[in-house]
Design a protein around this ligand. Sequence first.
Ligand code: ADP
Length: 670
Amino acid sequence: MTPPAVPVADRLHRLVRSLMWMVWVLALVGPMIMIAQHSVSERIAFRYAPAIDEAHRASSQMYAAQSDLRLYHRTEDPEVVADFPQRREASLRHLERLRDRAPGEGARELAVRADEAARAWWDDADRTADLVREGRPSDLAAPGAHFTEFTDATSELLSGLEDRRRWLRDVRQAIVAASVLLGLAAMAAVTVYGRRRQRRATESIVAPIQALDQVVARQRAGEEDARADEGRGPTEVRTLAAELNSMLDQTREFEREQVHLTTMQSVTLRAGQRLRETSVVAVAVEAIVRDIAEAVRCDLCVLRYRAPSGEEVTRFHTDPAGPYAALGDDEVVRLLPATPPEPSAHRTVVNPSAMPLGGPRSMMIVPIRLGRERLGSIVVADEKGPHPWRGADTSALELIAGKVARTLFERVAYEAERENVRQLRELDRQKDAFVSTVSHELRTPLTSISGYAEMLAHGAAGELTPEQLRLVEVIDRNTHRLQGIIEDILLLSTIEANDARAAHHEVDMAAVAQDVGENLLPVAGRKDVDLVVVAPHPAPVEGDPAHLERALTNLVANAVKFTPGGGRVRVSVATTDGRVVATVEDSGIGIPAAQVPELFNRFYRASNAETASIPGTGLGLSIVRQIAVEHRGTVRVTSREGEGSTFHLDLPAAGSADAEPADSAEEPGA
Ligand code: ADP
């Protein structure tokens, strides 16, 4: 049985109180002994000593008087009894005082006897003295009898008084000795008692505190189960022990929570990894339910979802040692609520009120949802309940549900995307086939139109009037233009179809630039545009010479076309860092900044070109971009409206590591 708790203050109070009592007792006993000793001394000094003294004095007066009387009787010398009156007076005075001071009844009686005997003696002595003086016969018998009476009484009195005085002195000594002994004994008792109380107080206060200290030390040494004894020591120490224990319990619980949290976090991370790495969602889900069941330590974990195909998929894991170990697919579904417990429950439900009959007693249902759409749920369940589902469980399952939802969504989106791409490819193929067919079909009638127009112009149907000739020339010009467009379209679809790859061999871009410059010099000259080509060093690239010449021709022809008379066009080719960059710079009309990103789209023409009625189809730059891509290069432009444009055709140099095929259009000034 644990001893009752006593506060430290009470213990100390008791200790101090008992010591105080001892001090008080000692403090009272000391004066009492002194008073006793004092009263004995007083009795000796003020009662017995004066009485004995008076008795002695009276006796000495009486003895002297008796001897004087005898001498007078013999000598009859009156001188001898001359001082009799004084002696009588003195002796009687002493006896009277003796009578008054005699302590005790017996002593007083003896004093009265002595006094009466003395008085009788003195009367007889006076009579005898008178007879002697008168010369008459006298004897000393009568006074002698009284004197004997007197001496008997006084000696009896004196021996009694002195006996008593001796006894009192013995008592006084005994008191002194006893008080010394008592004092020593009391000191010893106080010392022993004080030490014992101090030891007990130490044991009852300090030892329990040291025990607490030991618990802390054991905890620090890793002994997790070490707990303080809450039934030991004073109230304060017990309270401290209880608080220490509760703190240790909380710390242990917190540590367990932390460990569990970490476990759940890794389950969550692993779930994400499984979903990412496994192409079949159901396979990942199978592993996820096992991870969850093991981490949460539940009898059953079920994950149900609607696959992108619309099929309902159920995967579950049961604790092999638990009550649901032998559960089959159908039985699992039967154990769970058919629908979420609340039809609108898009939130996690812990231990729903609508539990299936004969099913688990503990359950947590976490919805797998996308916005308001419910795709499925994760259910953890225990046959017995209630299972202490923790916050870490809920948040981990919610995160996993989110990951599953996202994966399902991604799968749906991925399928849709794949279908879109397939359809787009098919459309593209149909378009290419259509464009190619239409272009080919247009070529023959256009050749025929152009041929007949030429024949008309040459007078095959008779001489034409100048007006007729002008009209025929318009027909011929537009036919040629249409033929140009058709050639461009056919070229584009050829490059896009990647047919040209096989023709690649080393081409010197410097030579290409020189050729292009030479070809376009007459056009530039007619427009009064200064065309300069700076390409002093060979700049070899791997590619199709016809396509590369076509690309550069398009860029230089545009520069000349969009540069008014008096302007200048500069073509340069340079090799740096394994790249060959052909740059075409002009001082022409430039391109509005907002339209630069659109420039390489088919049939796109900038607004300022349209406004200035500069002819064109909007196919030239798309061909350049397509050729650049074909050669794993890029084409970039920087331009400022009204000031000019610079195009860079950037290609990997022959023999260098190929760059990523890409194209881009940069903002002015970029
Ligand atoms: P187009 O047949 O119209 O020249 P392109 O595809 O070659 O077709 O060019 C598309 C548009 O880009 C042109 O219509 C023009 O607006 C703009 N452009 C191309 N090169 C230049 C340039 N050097 N200066 C100004 N604008 C240019």
